[in-house]
Design a binder for this molecule. Structure first.
Ligand SMILES: Cc1ncc(C[n+]2csc(CCOP(=O)(O)OP(=O)(O)O)c2C)c(N)n1
Ligand SMILES: [Mg+2]
Length: 1027
């Protein structure tokens, strides 16, 4: 027992810092001093396995060992043996032998200890040498350091401006190849030259050894340099999955991973030659035209083709791309293989053969189906049309991709994928990139992995990265979704292709986003007529001295004997001839066709349809009853499915309405959706909290009160053969999510896609999507969308930010001419709808909602619908409709005429108030309260734009002796007034006037004071009653 205590006491002097890997401490002398000092201070508490509570156990073991050394574990045998032999504190402990088989890539440490040379052996019972442990740990730390930080010193910049150049950054250890910046990679770890030939075991987290389990230090460093600090810089160590990290290491670390066969090299050269040849040709023919050429990043084309080749090999059949201006024409020509003559006609300034106002050539989209010659598989490629607004197309592409996946039943994204291209400045600067990234893993929004490619020319217009971003890389945004980021030097085409292969495989394996950052430069100005030397003189001096990548690569392949100079010239000449022929063909064209640039053709949708014939929107009563009942019932297995008591009350109230043949807003919406679903129309409702509804009125998804994720959606279970219903709470993003839904809506015309703003106010965060895609999309790109924007709107005393959906803005962007009244015709409504850019409505009844939603699909074309929706009206007792207004034979009423006493004696009516939306109910009450029902007629515009001239005309003529007013609750410079006023003037032909009844002008959409709100309303109603 006493001996045991002595052993323990001796061991207890082991200090914590003794186990410190000394390489972590900068100054070795300081290390020695720390160790000595700690030895004196140390206690058993410092050595957890020898603390008080375990000492009794150790004592017992020690006594057993004394009797029979084999009775204890081998590690204790070694420990007691060393301790009793008088081993110094800290060296008595020997790690236990590894009982588990070594992993594929591991070798036992013991096998690496030199048998002689003064190093102590690690054989059982002998103390291990601390330096050996430290050195091995140091090597492991170095490996990890390369994996984490190697990218910081990789040679990524073809201009050598922004990243370190390891070769010129100084020698390391007497004539060895220059290694990466020590401070970054190895921090304070030092090895002597003598250590360089020592063999070190490789941890299982590296694949530099391939089949080797141990390598000399020199070779380890060499291989790490090659993998992490050469022309590829990888950021991946932040990924929270060991499997994924290992997957990347496996593809990036083994020596020679970027080596290509001669055939592959020739293919890269040929593609590069076309990419450069295309830009040269345009420069030659149209030297002063803006085309946002790719010069300096020509490798983008072979890179995209490589991503496509590898992805198609892995099963992808359809790729949807979004990209900005840079190199877009080249992508259309050489990636999509859009006929060159069609591209060249865009330069000719010809008139369009079809309708639309068109767009500049570097914004147009395209859609192509073709054979991929490398994989011999058919592939569909679409480049979405996009506005100038950088990155705005990102969510649109994602929505379109998601829709294609959905309609094909491609639930895992194996057949359809997206590629997004970015400029460096825009990728870092535009918030919608982040918003789009955040959709990438959400159940109803994921596209199962996007390949992002950044054409990083290290400049944005005239601003260099030092002034355009605070992050180290332009790609840092991708870290939030754990996407691996591959930075690659564009002057090394084979490295670029390798990275493209790995990215495509990553996407096919993990179905998560990945980024390829092609670090390149911009040989010309921002566009071809820009002078870059004004602002980037030094950069451009460097660029002038930099050889084009085609030349660099061709020289390299000639030197390697892969191609001859003649072959290089031949490829170049042949492509020039192709361009020349297309140029001559383009000269024959007399018109351009916008339809050639459509990114989402709806094959079969328009064919054989009368463009002015609308299907009925009324529905047989049996359908209304069926949907109503299902929507008012708990799940069929209600006994097990416990729903909230409050919801039971709501369902009961719904059922009572069905029994009374009436509907409120929520029920009418459900009936519109349900009847469309019955007809095979997919309905998708997306937005913040839409499942329940901001105002707790919708409740499309019922939640089991006891079981997580157990939900029930009645609308998804109406009929066995119905279309699918998607209702999905979105991320808290307007720009991203609305963009997504726009992309979704352009994919399949037989779907009703709706986006709901939490409050209408929030739509201005998505203004770019509204302006650039929804209101102008068809005019610019002949692309139709039937998207519906539901926008809670109304002055209800809730303050400036929850009142107005900015109705005036939508109306102001309506393209119908205020001075032109279309001639009357039987198909007036549908003609107007055909010609408008969108529909703006502020309905006042559930039946109007029902019909206007159904009309979206009943139309023989698609138009966006901007719908103001109610808040308090959701529960207003008078805001109800009867089944009679929705049944077969009924239609949407653009104008709801007066039907009360005033309409019975119209000659006596002294005032007609025209209005729209919820103010109707205030007017109605006021008129009733003041007994003016015979004197004032109220006419509602359920659809404001296109302006229902025809129906308003007959309403006006009905009341010859009445003065006309427009009543609105919004301020005078807001709401509908500025839209309706000139149109009424056109309608009235100056024979009569219409005056304004409503709030005064204001800067803020609504007052923050409830008292002021009430006063304003009172004024409005007082004025309404003045006769
Ligand atoms: C949202 C938005 N803001 C500003 C612009 C004006 N603009 C056009 S290109 C450009 C620079 C883009 O730089 P980068 O993203 O690096 O692409 P590059 O032109 O270098 O390829 C700017 C600021 C724009 N098109 N979109
Ligand atoms: Mg740039």
């Amino acid at each position: 027992m006493h001996r045991a205590r002595v052993v323990l006491q001796a061991s207890s002097k082991i200090g914590n810092s003794e186990r410190f890997a000394s390489w972590l401490i900068k100054n070795p002398q300081a290390v020695a001093m720390t160790i000595n000092a700690n030895r004196l201070k140390s206690s058993t508490a410092a050595e957890p396995f020898l603390n008080g509570s375990s000492s009794a156990y150790v004592e017992t073991m020690y006594n057993n060992w004394l009797t029979d050394p084999n009775s204890v574990h081998a590690s204790w045998d070694a420990f007691f043996r060393n301790a009793t032999n008088g081993a110094q504190p800290g060296v008595a402990y020997t790690p236990p032998p590894n009982l588990a088989p070594y992993a594929k890539n591991e070798v036992p440490l013991t096998s690496l200890i030199p048998a002689s040379g003064g190093m102590p052996s690690i054989a059982s019972g002998s103390p291990i040498n601390e330096k050996i442990i430290d050195d091995h740990l140091a090597v492991q730390a170095i490996i990890r350091s390369y994996q984490s930080r190697g990218h910081l010193v990789a040679n990524l910049d073809p201009l050598g401006i922004t990243t370190g150049d390891p070769v010129s950054s100084g020698d390391w250890h007497g004539g060895l190849r220059a290694f990466a910046n020590e401070a970054v990679i190895r921090q304070h770890v030092r090895f002597d030259e003598a250590d360089m030939d020592r063999v070190f075991k490789l941890p299982s987290t590296t694949f530099i050894g391939e089949k080797e389990k141990a390598l000399p230090l020199r070779e380890i460093l060499n291989r790490l340099e090659q993998a992490y600090c050469n022309n590829i810089g990888i950021e991946f160590m932040f990924i929270n999955s060991l499997e994924q990290c290992n997957w990347i290491r496996q593809r990036m670390e083994p020596p020679n991973v970027t080596k290509m066969s001669n055939d592959q090299k020739r293919l890269i050269l040929a593609r590069l030659s076309r990419s450069a040849g295309f830009e040269n040709f345009l420069a030659k023919k149209w030297s002063s035209e803006k085309r946002f050429g790719l010069e300096g990043c020509e490798i983008l084309i072979p890179a995209m083709k490589q991503v496509i080749d590898t992805s198609t090999k892995l099963g992808v059949e359809s790729i949807i791309m979004g990209m900005p201006h840079r190199g877009r024409l080249n992508v259309l020509a050489n990636v999509c293989r859009k006929p060159l003559h069609q591209l060249f006609t865009q330069f000719a300034g010809l008139e369009a053969e079809d309708d639309g106002s068109g767009d500049v050539k570097y914004h147009l989209g395209t859609y192509i189906e073709r054979l991929n010659r490398v994989t011999n598989k058919n592939i569909r490629l679409a480049v979405c049309a996009n506005p100038s607004h950088l990155e705005a197309v990102d969510p649109v592409v994602q929505g379109k991709t998601r829709a294609e996946q959905f309609y094909r039943g491609d639930n895992e994204g194996k057949k359809v994928m997206s590629i997004l291209l970015h400029g460096d400045a825009a990728f870092a600067g535009q918030g919608v990139v982040f918003e789009t990234m955040h959709l990438s893993d959400l159940p109803a929004y994921t596209t199962h992995g996007t390949i992002h490619i950044v054409a990083n020319n290290q400049i944005g217009f005239t601003t260099d990265p030092r002034h355009s971003r605070s992050s180290a890389y332009c790609t840092d945004v991708a870290r939030v979704v754990n996407a691996p980021i591959f930075h690659v030097n564009s002057d090394n085409p084979e490295a670029v292709m390798h990275v493209c292969n790995v990215a495509a495989e990553w996407r096919a394996t993990f179905h998560k986003d990945v980024v390829i950052d092609i670090v390149s430069y911009r040989r010309n100005g921002h566009n071809e007529v820009d002078e870059p030397m004004f602002t980037q003189p030094l950069m451009y001096q460097k660029i002038r001295k930099t050889k084009p990548v085609l030349e660099i690569y061709a020289d390299r392949l000639i030197k390697e004997g892969v191609v001859t100079a003649e072959e290089v010239k031949d490829v170049k000449d042949k492509y020039e001839k192709i361009c020349e022929d297309a140029y001559n063909q383009a000269k024959q064209e007399t018109h351009i066709k916008y339809k050639d640039w459509l990114d989402s053709p709806w094959s079969g949708f328009f064919e054989g349809k009368d463009p002015l014939k609308m299907s009925p929107t009324g529905v047989v009563e049996e359908t209304l009853v069926h949907i109503g009942k299902r929507f008012s019932s708990p799940p069929p297995n209600a006994a097990e499915f416990e729903i909230h008591k409050g919801l039971l009350r709501i369902l009961k109230a719904r059922m009572e309405m069905v029994e009374k043949r009436t509907v409120d807003w929520a029920l009418a919406e459900a009936m519109a959706f349900g009847s469309l679903l019955k007809e095979g129309i997919h309905v998708r409702l997306s937005g913040e909290d839409v499942e329940r509804g901001t105002f707790s009125h919708r409740h499309h998804v019922l939640h089991h009160q006891k079981v997580d994720k157990a939900t029930y959606c009645a609308l998804a279970h109406l009929y066995p053969d119905q279309a699918p219903y998607t209702v999905c709470n979105s991320s808290l993003s307007e720009y991203g999510v609305l963009g997504f839904e726009v992309g979704y809506s352009v994919t399949n015309p037989n779907a009703l896609v709706l986006w709901e703003a939490q409050f209408g106010d929030f739509n201005n965060v998505a203004q770019c999507i509204i302006d650039q895609f929804i209101s102008s999309g068809q005019a610019k790109w002949v692309r139709q969308s039937g998207i519906v924007l539901l926008q809670p709107h109304g002055m209800e005393g809730m303050g400036p930010e929850h009142s107005s959906a900015r109705l005036e803005r939508f109306l102001q962007m309506s393209a119908d001419d205020p001075d032109y009244m279309p001639p009357e015709s039987p198909d007036y409504e549908v003609r107007q709808l055909h010609d408008c850019n969108w529909i703006v409505a502020n309905c006042s009844t559930p039946a109007s909602l029902f019909h206007i939603l159904r009309r979206q699909i009943a139309l023989p074309f698609r138009k966006p619908l901007i719908l103001m929706t109610p808040k308090s009206l959701l529960r207003h007792p008078e805001c109800k409709s009867s089944f009679d207004e929705m049944a077969e034979g009924t239609t949407f009423k653009r104008v709801l005429p007066e039907e009360g006493p005033a309409s019975e004696n119209p000659d006596k009516v002294r005032k007609v108030a025209f209005c729209s939306g919820r103010v109707y109910y205030d007017l109605l009450k006021e008129r009733r309260d003041r007994g003016l029902e015979k004197d004032i007629a109220i006419v509602r515009l359920e659809q404001i734009s296109p302006f229902p001239y025809d129906q308003l005309k007959s309403e006006i003529s009905k009341y010859p002796n009445a003065q006309l007013v427009w009543s609105q609750e919004e301020h005078k410079n807001m709401g509908s007034w500025s839209y309706v006023e000139p149109r009424f003037r056109t309608l009235l032909r100056n024979q009569k006037q219409i005056s304004y009844n409503g709030r005064a002008t204001a800067a803020s959409p609504a007052t923050g004071s409830k008292a002021a709100h009430n006063k304003e309303l009172k004024n409005l109603l007082d004025e309404f009653c003045v006769l």
